[in-house]
Design a protein around this ligand. Structure first.
Ligand code: FE
Length: 229
């Protein structure tokens, strides 16, 4: 059964009310469910709706858009186009918003997008150390582990070790670059085109590109495991 956002927020609210606060149990890091931000969202939303400032139907429409209409496939189409069209790739790496607009995509208002290219010498990894900033416009909603404390800290402290644990081994002669996203600047990884795919059509190439490869925690054809522990 699908859980709606409002049901989820209500459940989180009830659970948080009956559980000890963060100060009561220092060993518990609340990594799976971001209860505090969710509670804050619920409180703000309730107030705005109650005062008639926000229409709840409009909020639901926005959330539905990112949950169901935008997903990692949009990002995969951008990657595949860059693999087959050198001019597009050049534009994507220098002016990503203009490039993705050519495919009919746009950044969320007010945020800038930068695309970083994986090569034989560089592997890129995207994180938001502060919260969960993510290229929503191309990848949809972020996975739960992207928002976890474990990922946000380990991606910076020991990116190579974390990637290794996720089954994404980066050779010693390849540099790992970590990009810290912000509300104003989001990053998307352009993975390397796998060898042996010369004969594939653009749509077939897009089908190979995973969300995790565009975050930088997996290589093409090698999906990451369930995120860092
Ligand atoms: Fe963030």
């Amino acid at each position: 059964m699908e859980t709606s956002r409002r049901t989820f927020l209500g459940t989180v609210s009830a659970a948080a009310a009956s559980s000890p606060g963060p100060g009561d149990d220092p060993g518990h890091e609340h990594q799976d469910v971001p209860s505090e931000p969710a509670l804050r969202v619920k409180t703000l939303e309730s107030l705005l709706v109650e005062k008639g400032i926000v229409d709840p139907a409009a909020l639901d429409a926005i959330v539905d858009y990112f949950e169901h209409k935008v997903g990692p496939r949009d990002g995969a189409r951008v990657v595949a186009r860059a693999w087959v069209d050198p001019e597009f790739k050049q534009l994507l790496l220098t002016d990503a918003p203009t490039a993705i607009a050519k495919l009919g995509y746009s950044s969320v208002r007010g945020e800038h997008l930068r695309v970083v290219e994986n090569t034989s010498k560089v592997h890129n990894l995207v994180v938001c150390t502060l919260c969960s900033c993510y290229p929503w416009a191309l990848l949809g909603l972020p996975p739960v582990w992207y928002k976890s404390n474990a990922y946000r800290s380990r991606a910076v402290i020991d990116p190579r070790g974390m990637l290794q644990e996720l089954g994404c081994t980066i050779p010693e002669n390849v540099e790992v670059h970590v990009w810290d996203s912000t509300a104003e600047l989001r990053y998307l990884v352009l993975p390397e085109r796998p060898a042996g795919t010369e004969g594939l059509r653009e749509e077939e190439l897009a089908a190979m590109v995973s969300r995790d490869a565009m975050i930088g925690v997996a290589k093409i054809g090698l999906p990451a495991q369930e995120g860092p522990k």
